[in-house]
Design a protein around this ligand. Structure first.
Ligand code: ADP
Length: 484
């Protein structure tokens, strides 16, 4: 059985700021079902330590890392059989707020130190120095927070294989040169081919340069990030490591996201009995105080940031409301977007509803109750919401980038036999509006709309096949290391 340490800075349902948490729960679980021994490593945030205590779990080992006393808790990811290790170091991780920011939304001042320590513990576990009876064949690192693990492992003889997955290249873990010095990393790493990025320390470059393989979360994004337009300054590094880079599409947890038995919904439905979707819509309208209008109900869920194309959305909402559409929006993020959306919701009561904040249950009810789901992201490494929508018969309208391109098929390209949504190519609000208009036109044609819904609902978005791709990749890495 291949043993994998899966290092991540968030995991559902314990801590989640975005899609990384979903993937960090559902991918290891799918791999465990395929008989891989995948164990997750997570910083010991308060919510995670609390869950471990409540589950009666214990600390398994205790050791020093620099000035810090660290202990490792062994527990299970709630609701699964997957082993979860927590790096308990209260001065660094026992804090309110989210994994990266305080309650005011400011980055923790010592993020570099926090995730350096996390990386060091990951590397110690990887080489059997953490006092556990378990040692992985491979470490799977995720995003910049784990970028130093392959760096620490580089010079170990018999080190395990390393895979680094990019969930979002825009977040790189950049810190000033003084931070590099204070971390005590060897000076030899300070050059543009290793950890330096235009005068700053880049955690993500550690993962990109030093790991055996790089993956990202869709084939489309794997191509895009090798171009200056989407490469965030790292396209050169990625082109250089092109032969080690692949895109594997994320799956979704089809048990959590299943309209036939979703506990967050009052009514259930499936591809062959869609009637109850209208009931979900009616109860969503009641919940959100929307008028019962019969016009198309459009939804958006996500972080209110530039990446998600929220400004384009804000620009087209008035025109769409004037045409009789309704909106259900859920998200939180930058103040300018929150304020602009609040103003629109005030201006259009009964037709537009805005929920600021994070609400897992409501996100399921919006996904089920809406007719159309909008994802006008400027870039999108994979995107999960479009797959949730597809599964729930809510037709997505998306910008044709990254994983959105890989999952949404437009009738303009294939006809209705295969199509499941609408895409627009130009990066502009006009292109978004034109795509929504096309969707609205087809919405009135019951037969073609049913076909779109059905095509989305019956497709396989589960991890089953996709996790196998990771398994194959692990095997490649291990074979290669054996031959070294
Ligand atoms: P990203 O990771 O860039 O934020 P993804 O589409 O990959 O985007 O994943 C976002 C995840 O977070 C999805 O599971 C989505 O439903 C969820 N989500 C985002 N914002 C909210 C919110 N305000 N309330 C509930 N769930 C949310």
């Amino acid at each position: 059985m291949i043993r994998v340490l899966f290092a991540t800075s968030e995991v559902y349902p314990l801590v989640k700021t975005g899609g990384l948490a979903d993937v960090s729960a559902s991918l290891p679980e799918a791999l465990c079902r395929l008989q891989y021994d995948v164990q997750i490593l997570l910083p010991g945030y308060p919510a995670a330590i609390k869950a471990a205590r409540e589950a009666g779990s214990r600390q398994k080992s205790r050791f020093r890392v620099g000035q810090y006393e660290v202990s490792l808790w062994q527990t299970r990811l709630p609701g699964t059989a997957v082993t979860l290790w927590l790096v308990d170091c209260p001065p660094l991780f026992e804090r309110a707020g989210n994994p990266y920011q305080n309650e005011k939304g400011q980055d923790w001042w010592d993020n570099a130190h926090r995730f350096e320590l996390f990386g060091k513990v990951g590397a110690m576990m990887a080489v059997g120095e953490a006092g556990l009876g378990w040692r992985p064949d491979l470490v799977h690192c995720n995003d910049w927070q784990t970028g130093l693990i392959p760096v620490f492992l580089e010079h170990y003889p018999n080190r395990p294989g390393t895979v680094f997955t990019i969930h979002n290249l825009a977040y790189q873990g950049l810190f000033p040169h003084e931070t590099f010095r204070s971390l005590g990393l060897p000076d030899s790493l300070w050059n543009m081919h290793q950890l330096e990025f235009y005068g700053q320390l880049s955690f993500i470059k550690g993962g990109l340069v030093f790991s055996d393989r790089i993956t990202t979360v869709s084939p489309g994004y794997a191509q895009e990030i090798q171009t200056p337009e989407f490469g965030n300054g790292l396209d050169g590094v990625l082109r250089q490591r092109q032969q080690y880079l692949t895109g594997i599409l994320n799956g979704i947890d089809t048990r959590v996201w299943n309209p036939e038995e979703d506990p967050q919904l009052a009514f259930h439905y499936g591809a062959d009995y869609l009637e109850n979707k209208a009931q979900c819509r009616a109860s969503l309208e009641r919940e959100l105080g929307l008028d019962v209008s019969g016009g198309p109900l459009l939804g958006f869920i996500g972080r209110l940031v530039e990446q998600k194309g929220v400004d384009w959305l804000i620009a087209v909402i008035p025109e769409l409301l004037e045409r009789g559409c309704q909106f259900a929006l859920l998200g939180s993020g930058e103040t300018v977007y929150e304020e602009a959306l609040k103003a629109l919701a005030r201006q259009w009561p009964g037709q537009m509803s805005l929920t600021l904040g994070y609400d897992e249950g409501l996100s399921h009810r919006i996904t089920a109750g809406c007719d159309i789901f909008l994802m006008p992201s400027r870039f999108e490494p994979c995107g999960l919401n479009q797959m949730y929508s597809l599964r729930y018969g809510t037709v997505p309208v998306v910008h044709a980038v990254g994983g959105l391109s890989d999952t949404v098929i437009d009738p303009q390209e294939t006809g209705f036999g295969k199509a499941n949504g609408f895409r627009f190519k130009d990066a502009s609000e006009r292109a978004l509006l034109a795509a929504v208009d096309r969707a609205l036109k087809h919405f009135r044609n019951r037969k073609s709309w049913r076909q779109l819904q059905r095509n989305g609902m019956v497709a396989d978005y589960s991890w089953k096949k996709r996790a196998r791709n990771y398994g194959d990749l692990y095997l490649d890495v291990l074979k290669e290391r054996e031959n070294q």
